[in-house]
Design a protein around this ligand. Structure first.
Ligand code: BG6
Ligand code: MG
Length: 224
């Protein structure tokens, strides 16, 4: 088992880990679901977390049995419309919208010499980090447009460790989605799940909420 003293860096998911943007994605996709005639459920919302924009749209269409009713062009238009609605919501973000405890955690990781990168499926990640005033803390952001496969594939977290210049075993990945936990585990990192431990049952470490994520609490859950 990886020891806490082996850890040199953190790879962060963004939506639902650093900022409460998962609810904005949910709101915008809910509008899309209404438009295409798919019933919106909490279960569907949960299954979209961590999933890329086009794959999320496909899941919404499949869920309403409309897989064949929309051309590629229609899908592009629906995804663009969703993103414009989403961007209107994230324009309002300020540093006040950082999830409880995460600014303190990021600052203390920085003060203690840990390196940090972003492993988010979102093409809006650079904009969100800027709005939150956090850009300077991260050595890099994996560009999701350059990936061959999205979460749950390990590629994004493998790349996030490369950005840090660290071996995967020296990295803890932080995630709020089940697809993301699979990606971290596949990349050979320690997975830290934030949220319901039944949904995130495959996480190495689990925290119910962001306010509980501190270096001290992580250390206490690992061997030293
Ligand atoms: C992930 C979110 O972080 O990014 C997903 O959890 C979202 O809900 C995905 O679909 C892609 O985001 P964007 O901003 O590129 O549409
Ligand atoms: Mg997330």
């Amino acid at each position: 088992m990886t020891k806490f003293s082996d850890i040199k860096g953190f790879a962060f998911d963004l939506d639902g880990v650093i900022a409460d943007t998962a609810r904005f994605h949910g709101q915008a996709w809910h509008q899309t679901a209404d438009e295409v005639g798919t019933t919106w459920t909490e279960e569907l919302a949960e299954s979209l977390k961590g999933i890329s924009r086009m794959d999320s749209l496909q899941l919404i269409l499949d869920h309403g049995d409309h897989a064949d009713s929309f051309s590629e062009k229609d899908k592009e238009l629906l995804a663009t419309k969703k993103n414009l609605n989403y961007q209107k919501l994230i324009e309002t973000l300020t540093p006040e919208d950082i999830l409880p405890g995460m600014l303190e955690f990021i600052r203390s990781a920085d003060d203690n010499g840990y390196k940090m990168s972003i492993a988010s499926a979102s093409k809006n990640a650079p904009l969100i980090l800027k709005q939150l005033g956090l850009t300077e803390y991260f050595v890099g952001i994996v560009d999701p447009a350059t990936l061959h496969a999205g979460k749950p594939d390990p590629e994004i977290f493998v790349r996030a460790a490369e950005v840090l210049g660290l071996a995967p075993t020296a990295v803890i990945g932080l995630e709020d989605s089940s697809a993301g936990i699979d990606s971290i585990n596949g990349a050979g990192q320690v997975s830290l799940g934030i949220g319901d431990d039944k949904v995130l049952s495959k996480a190495t470490l689990n925290f119910k909420q962001t306010s509980l994520v501190t270096l001290e609490n992580i250390k206490n859950k690992m061997t030293n």
